[in-house]
Design a protein around this ligand. Structure first.
Ligand SMILES: NC(=O)c1ccc[n+]([C@@H]2O[C@H](COP(=O)([O-])OP(=O)(O)OC[C@H]3O[C@@H](n4cnc5c(N)ncnc54)[C@H](O)[C@@H]3O)[C@@H](O)[C@H]2O)c1
Length: 473
C-alpha cells in the first residue's frame, strides 16, 4: 500500500482487506514524493527522485498530478490508481473518504491538505463513475471471510433469504429467531432460538458479532397489523430497543434496521394514483398505527445512537416484499402471497374474494432484490433512512390479474369492502436510493411473481408437512 504523503508520524488503521486509512500528523514532503514516484516507476529504488521546487507538500503533490495525473500514459494511469487506492476504503467512495481524512487531520494541516486533495477528489469522482460499485463489493466479499454477522428474524421470510445470501458471500452467519424457518432448513453456521424482547438474550445474540442485520419483528399482513396494535407496539419496542442497545454494548461495528414504508404519513396516501414517497416525507408524522409508529421511533433511535455515540446504523424502509418461502396462510401473509394461495386453490372460472375495492395501489419487490439491496445499503456509508422497493405501481385488481394469468385461470372478482385494505396508494420514490447506491430493484412484478406462484401452488396442492410440525411430533 502506498503511503502517499509518507508522514513522519502517522496514525494508520488497518481494516480486514489490508487497506490502510492514513491520518496525517506531520509532513515529510521529499519522502512522500519520492515514495510516490517510486510507486509509479518514476524514480529508482535508491530514491533518487527529482527534487521538488517547493517545500509545500500540497504544491509538490499538485505539481506531480498536473504533470502526470491527467495523462493517459502508464504513469498517469498508475498514479491515479495509487492515489485512489491510498484513500478508498472498501465501502467508502473516494469523494467521501478524502474529506473525512482531511477532517481528521489537525486543523492547520487540514488546511494544507486541501489543494492537493482537490485533485484526488476530482479523480476519485471520475474513477467511481468509471468503475462500477461491483468492485467495492469484491473487496467487501474479501473482507467477509473474517466477518461475523448476526441476522435477527432469521427464521422469517426475508431473514431466511438474507442468511442464505450472506453465507454465499462468505460471511460467518449467526441466525436468531423464536422459531426455525418454516419451509427450509437455515444455511446459518449457527442458529439460536432466542426471544429478543429479553435484553439478556440480546446480549448473548450480539456477542462476538461484527455486523447486525436486524429483521426480527412482530408483523404480518394488513389484517394482522391493523388489529394488533398493542401486541405489535410492545413486542417491537422491546425487540428493537434491546437489540440495538446490546449491539452497541458488545461493540458491533454496523447495525442495519429493517424499517417499513408504513412509517409514511397516511395523509400522503389517500389516492390510488399516489405521488411516490420520498424519504423526507416521513415528517410531519402520521404513520400506520402501532406497527408504523414503532418503526418510526426506532429509526430515530438509530439516528440518536449514531449522532450521540458514533454507532454506525443503516435504516432501510422496505416496501412490500414477496417471493418463495414466505408466509402464505395463517393470517400473517401479505397480499401477493394471499392472492397466490387463493388463485392456486380456486378452479378456473370461479370467484375470488378481494379485500377492499381492488383499486388500492402498491409497489412490490421480489425478495432477491430486497436481499441484494439490504446488502448494498449495509456496505454503503449512508446512515439516514432509505427506501427499498420498486416504483412499479399496480392496483390490487391488477395484481390479481397478473397472478391469474400466471396460473392460466380466468377468475371473477368479488370485492369485500368490510375487510381492511390499508392506505389507498403507496409507491416508492427511488431517487435517493439510486444516488446512494447507483442501483435499485429492477425485477418486473410479473417475472418475480411466476416462481412465487409456483412455489405456493406446490405448497397448497401437496400437503407437505413443515419442519416445525415434524419436529413437534
Ligand atoms: N415483508 C415485507 O413486505 C416487509 C415490509 C416492510 C418491512 N418489513 C420488515 O422486514 C423485517 C422482516 O420481515 P419478514 O417479512 O421477513 O417478516 P417475518 O414475520 O417473516 O419475519 C420476522 C421474524 O421475526 C421473528 N420474531 C418475532 N418476534 C421475535 C422475538 N421476540 N425474538 C426473536 N425473533 C422474533 C419472527 O419469528 C419472524 O421469523 C421485519 O422487521 C418487517 O417489519 C417487511
Amino acid at each position: 500500500m502506498l503511503c502517499l504523503l509518507a508522514p513522519k508520524c502517522q496514525k494508520t488503521s488497518q481494516n480486514a482487506t489490508g487497506l490502510r486509512r492514513v491520518v496525517f500528523r506531520h509532513w515529510d514532503t521529499s519522502r512522500a514524493v519520492a515514495s510516490l514516484r517510486l510507486e509509479i516507476g518514476h524514480s529508482d529504488s535508491r530514491g533518487n527522485a527529482p527534487s521538488t521546487r517547493s517545500r509545500s507538500p500540497a504544491a509538490s503533490i499538485g505539481r506531480l498530478m498536473r504533470h502526470h495525473g491527467r495523462a493517459n500514459n502508464r504513469i498517469g494511469v498508475r498514479l491515479r490508481a495509487k492515489l485512489l487506492d491510498a484513500f478508498v476504503d472498501p465501502v467508502w467512495s473516494a469523494a467521501i473518504a478524502i474529506p473525512i481524512v482531511a477532517k481528521e487531520a489537525p486543523p492547520a494541516e487540514a488546511n494544507r491538505i486541501t489543494p492537493s486533495l482537490q485533485y484526488s477528489i476530482g479523480f476519485g469522482r471520475a474513477y467511481l463513475m468509471k468503475r462500477s460499485l461491483e468492485q467495492n463489493f469484491e473487496r467487501a466479499v474479501a473482507m467477509s471471510k473474517n466477518t461475523t454477522v448476526l441476522v435477527t428474524g432469521a427464521g422469517g421470510f426475508i431473514g431466511h433469504h438474507l442468511v442464505t445470501s450472506l453465507v454465499k458471500r462468505g460471511y460467518v452467519v449467526r441466525g436468531v429467531d423464536i422459531k426455525v424457518p418454516e419451509y427450509q432448513p437455515s444455511d446459518a453456521h449457527e442458529f439460536v432460538i432466542a426471544d429478543l424482547r429479553n435484553y439478556g438474550e440480546c446480549l448473548k445474540a450480539t456477542k462476538d458479532i461484527d455486523e447486525v442485520y436486524h429483521l426480527a419483528a412482530d408483523m404480518g399482513g394488513i389484517g394482522y397489523i391493523s388489529s394488533s396494535h398493542a401486541n405489535i407496539a410492545i413486542n417491537n419496542t422491546l425487540i428493537n430497543a434491546h437489540t440495538l442497545h446490546a449491539a452497541r454494548e458488545n461493540g458491533v461495528k454496523r447495525f442495519l434496521f429493517s424499517s417499513s414504508a408504513c412509517v409514511y404519513p397516511q395523509y400522503l396516501q389517500r389516492e390510488p394514483d399516489v405521488v411516490p414517497l420520498r424519504e423526507d416525507d416521513a415528517f410531519p408524522a402520521d404513520p400506520e398505527e402501532g406497527y408504523g409508529l414503532e418503526k418510526l421511533y426506532m429509526e430515530k433511535l438509530c439516528q440518536y445512537f449514531t449522532e450521540d455515540w458514533s454507532f454506525a446504523t443503516r435504516v432501510v424502509r422496505f416496501h412490500n416484499v414477496y417471493g418463495p418461502l414466505g408466509s402464505y396462510d395463517g393470517g400473517r401473509e401479505k397480499a401477493p402471497a394471499a392472492i397466490c394461495r387463493k388463485v392456486a386453490l380456486l378452479a378456473d372460472n370461479s370467484e375470488i374474494e378481494i379485500w377492499g375495492d381492488g383499486k388500492q395501489t402498491r409497489s412490490f419487490m421480489v425478495v432477491d432484490d430486497c436481499v441484494e439491496g439490504i446488502y448494498r445499503i449495509m456496505r454503503s456509508d449512508y446512515s439516514a433512512p432509505l427506501n427499498l422497493g420498486t416504483d412499479e405501481l399496480v392496483s390490487v385488481d391488477e395484481l390479481v390479474d397478473i397472478i391469474a394469468k400466471i396460473a392460466g385461470k380466468s377468475l371473477i372478482k368479488r370485492h369485500d369492502l368490510s375487510r381492511p385494505q390499508g392506505v389507498r396508494g403507496r409507491n416508492s420514490d427511488n431517487s435517493r436510493l439510486r444516488s446512494v447506491l447507483g442501483w435499485e430493484p429492477k425485477t418486473p412484478l410479473r417475472e418475480g411473481l411466476a416462481p412465487t406462484y409456483r412455489w405456493i401452488e406446490d405448497r397448497v396442492s401437496i400437503p407437505l408437512r413443515r419442519p416445525t410440525e415434524i419436529a413437534a411430533e
